[in-house]
Design a binder for this molecule. Structure first.
Ligand code: ARG
Length: 459
């Protein structure tokens, strides 16, 4: 195949060898080949329908593109840096194969609307794959939430023991985070689903093109309304990266909890050996590498969001070569995001809960102090006064190094005479969680209801 530049007409000197490599994108944008071919097939079909190409030309082009698609899939396609990018590599190979008809494919089109179309087509599919992984992870969370609906551990605020919660409830909190992430990807996908093709270089095409038809062929809801905007807009990439960053922030928070919970000091959970690694020097170590790496990967994905925002912030309309820099951050975001989701969806169902350790931790730190205050409120004492009373009882327990439930009835009554012997029902961990029996509460019954509702929401 000749490496003659498709735009060489007005040039007298060859491209500087370094500049050729410096400006080329084929090394990374060949990843878009399948979408470039889909876009070209739709474009050729539209041109033939409009009488700009003959039906024979169209058929030659489509057969040629399908042949190239097979060559690429089989690894038998030779990519050339001299041909700069995926678009010109494919077009040159087509012309080499089918002759003049191949040269007509680019009628009424520019690489500017072509690349904008390719990236949208690619990202649309990747979002579907990402959303499938989110769903798989959510299913895993529901499964573990069901298994651990009654498992009690301390809930924290400020990483200090706050109130007892159920582990199932905690897993459902993660589920909600992912549910919003799923919705953000849907929003992004819907907003992005407009076709740039037809904008050509920036101002539109002089041929009788039918953009609605091309949009329909490629599964877009409609053509982009403005040609300048169509070729220059990368909002969809930024919006996707923002959604990806929020999801990674969530995965990073979950990672942090898994790391803390699996430490010897907490010992709440055991991660499966298949998701941990050892130390080359300390024989006793079993490190939570997977959650650590996911926590670490959030950094590069936030970085890509910043990178894309900065890429776009000073660009005048319409297309600028700067935009070639949108691809690597996007590819890296997609690859890492999918990897992180996969590893979480695989790892979470393998978590073992150490019920005793969780329970013992919940018994420390006066997790049921609020329950005692609520008990007093039910006996007619204003909440602020009840809060004060319980604070004093806690101070006594701190001095004695015991739990509220270990004080005798007499001792408790010393703080307030409204306290009866039924108080001990409320000071237990089971009583505490069972009492939070409303929508969104931690009671095992509510956790089970929430799981059933969640299953319907993700159907
Ligand atoms: N490789 C280019 C990109 O990724 C394709 C569009 C090039 N257009 C141009 N006028 N140089 O954005």
């Amino acid at each position: 195949m000749t490496d003659k530049k498709l735009w060489a007409g007005r040039f007298n000197q060859p491209t500087d060898a370094f500049v050729e490599a410096f400006t080329a994108s084929v090394e990374f944008d060949q990843r878009l080949a399948e979408y470039d071919i889909q876009g070209s097939i739709a474009h050729a079909s539209m041109l033939a329908k409009q009488g700009v190409l003959s039906e024979d030309e169209r058929d030659l082009i489509i057969a040629g593109l399908e042949k190239i698609r097979r060559q690429i899939a089989a690894g038998g396609f030779t990519w050339s840096v001299a041909l700069e990018d995926v678009h010109m590599n494919i077009e040159a190979a087509l012309t080499e194969d089918i002759g003049d008809a191949g040269k007509k494919l680019h009628t009424g089109r520019s690489r500017n609307d072509q690349v904008a179309t390719d990236v949208r087509l690619w990202l649309r599919d990747e979002i579907i794959a990402i959303q499938e992984e989110i769903r798989r992870f959510q299913q895993a969370l529901l499964q573990i939430a069901e298994r651990e609906a009654e498992t009690i551990l301390p809930g924290f605020t400020h990483l200090q023991t706050a109130q007892p919660i159920t582990f199932g409830h905690h897993m459902l909190a993660w589920f909600e985070m992912l549910q919003r992430d799923y919705g953000r990807f849907t929003d992004c996908s819907v907003r992005m689903n407009e076709l740039p093709l037809g904008a050509a270089a920036l101002a539109g095409a002089t041929y009788p093109i039918d953009r609605e038809y091309s949009a329909k062929l490629l599964g877009f809801d409609r053509p982009c309304a403005n040609s300048l905007d169509a070729v220059s807009d990368r909002d969809f990439a930024i919006e996707f990266s923002a959604a990806a960053s929020i999801l990674m922030m969530h995965l990073s928070r979950m990672s942090e909890e898994l790391i803390i919970w699996s430490s010897a000091q907490f010992g709440f959970i055991t991660l499966s050996d298949s998701f941990c690694t050892g130390s080359s020097i300390m024989p006793q170590k079993k490190n939570p590498d997977v959650p650590e790496l996911v926590r670490g990967k959030s950094g590069r994905i936030f970085g890509h969001l910043m990178g894309l925002l900065t890429l776009m912030k000073s660009q005048p309309l319409a297309y600028n070569k700067d935009n070639q820099e949108d691809k690597e951050p996007l590819f890296d975001t997609v690859d890492n995001l999918k990897g992180c989701l996969k590893v979480f969806a695989d790892m979470v169902p393998e978590i073992t809960c150490n019920h005793e350790a969780m329970r013992n931790a919940a018994l420390k730190g006066f997790a049921t102090a609020t329950d005692l205050a609520d008990y007093l409120v039910r006996k007619g004492i204003p909440f602020r006064d009840a809060h004060e009373v319980v604070g004093k009882a806690v101070a006594l327990c701190v001095a004695r190094d015991c739990d509220l439930a270990e004080l005798s009835l007499q001792e408790l009554q010393h703080f307030n005479t409204a306290i009866d012997d039924d108080v001990f029902d409320y000071l237990t961990l089971e009583g505490s969680v069972a009492a939070r029996d409303h929508i969104g509460g931690t009671a095992p019954a509510q956790v089970r209801n929430a799981i059933a509702a969640a299953r319907k929401r993700i159907q």
